[in-house]
Design a protein around this ligand. Structure first.
Ligand SMILES: [Fe+2]
Ligand SMILES: [Fe+2]
Length: 325
């Protein structure tokens, strides 16, 4: 071992100015932020009922799989308390309220909080969702928590968030495209706004890992390899419905996403390839033997994953979610 956990603390401390810089560049002020109310009918006005009627008419034409994906995405976003408490538990981040890390965590949470609000309100107005069933799934997901296998390690955790924010950017963007095709421009705009936030967050987390590679390349490479060996699991992998065994609902949700091309096995590989380029993995120096082996592993992984993805069949099993009447 070249470094120990105490040097991770040093690296996190050393990065604070960089994080403050990224905060200024990539977090939007409240004044400059969109709010769910900007995108949805305003109940103060007489026009509200007409707007809701139109919204419901458009929502009537949305496909079953798209609705299922939207509900799953909403539940995932609504489990934000889990993600914030997870971020706060990452080792080595200064807990000082004014430290750049804590400011980042709070403002990231504040931006993310709008996503669940916006999607939830849209689905409520759409008239197509059994809201009680969806709300029960959200309560389950927060109560069940998750295990991302990052062990509170900052290096592993930021590999995870780099991956995850990129994945959510892709999936919200694709939902926006499909909603547009199915004639719901309001929903398309809403998901487009969410996707744009996710893109900024992904950019920040990728830059954090890039910075760690400058300071502690060998340990960062080992952490990257470790996360890829364990596979990046979605934060909502414990998602479930009332009366349904844990594990089943999530599988059906990812099947629906795969079926309509919102998020597929190819995307997983594409994100990995993107990260290999972003972090210039092929030219990282300062690796020991284990670090070199870790590099070899992650560099070879995309081709292995592509071969596996080719053998996978598109999931065709129809499933009736309790969320959708
Ligand atoms: Fe989000
Ligand atoms: Fe996000």
């Amino acid at each position: 071992m070249i470094t120990t956990i105490s040097s991770r603390v040093e690296v996190m401390k050393w990065m604070e100015d960089f994080v403050a810089e990224k905060y200024n560049e990539l977090i939007k002020s409240v004044e400059d932020s969109w709010q769910p109310a900007d995108l949805l009918p305003d109940s103060r006005f007489e026009t509200f009922f007409e707007e809701v009627k139109n919204l419901r008419e458009r929502a009537r034409d949305l496909s079953y799989d798209l609705l299922a994906v939207l509900v799953g995405d909403t539940i995932t976003e609504e489990a934000l308390p889990t993600y914030e408490s997870w971020l706060m538990k990452i080792d080595g981040l200064s807990q000082e309220p004014d430290s750049p890390w804590m400011r980042w965590n709070r403002s990231w949470t504040a931006e993310e909080n709008r996503h669940g609000d916006a999607l939830n309100r849209y689905l409520f107005l759409s008239g197509r969702i059994n809201m009680r069933e969806m709300e029960a799934s959200t309560q389950y997901l927060i109560a069940d928590g998750f295990d991302l296998q990052t062990d509170n390690d900052p290096y592993r955790s930021f590999v995870y968030t780099s991956y995850q924010e990129t994945a959510t950017n892709i999936s919200h963007r694709r939902v926006a495209q499909i909603a547009k095709k199915q004639g719901d421009l309001m929903l398309a705009k809403l998901c487009g706004h969410v996707a744009a936030d996710e893109a900024r967050h992904a950019k920040a987390y990728k830059s954090f890992v890039g910075k760690i590679f400058e300071a502690d390349p060998n340990e960062m490479m080992l952490a990257f390899e470790d996360m890829m060996r364990k596979k990046i699991v979605m934060p909502a992998h414990y998602m479930r419905e009332l009366g349904v065994e844990i594990g089943k609902t999530f599988g059906h949700f990812t099947d629906a996403a795969q079926r309509i091309g919102v998020y597929t096995a190819h995307d997983y590989t594409d994100i990995l390839e993107d990260l290999l380029v972003e972090w210039r993995i092929d030219t990282v120096t300062g690796l020991n033997e284990a670090g070199e082996r870790a590099r070899d592993y992650v560099m070879a992984l995309p081709n292995r994953l592509k071969r596996v993805a080719e053998r996978m069949k598109a999931p065709s099993l129809e499933y009736k979610f309790r969320w959708i009447d």
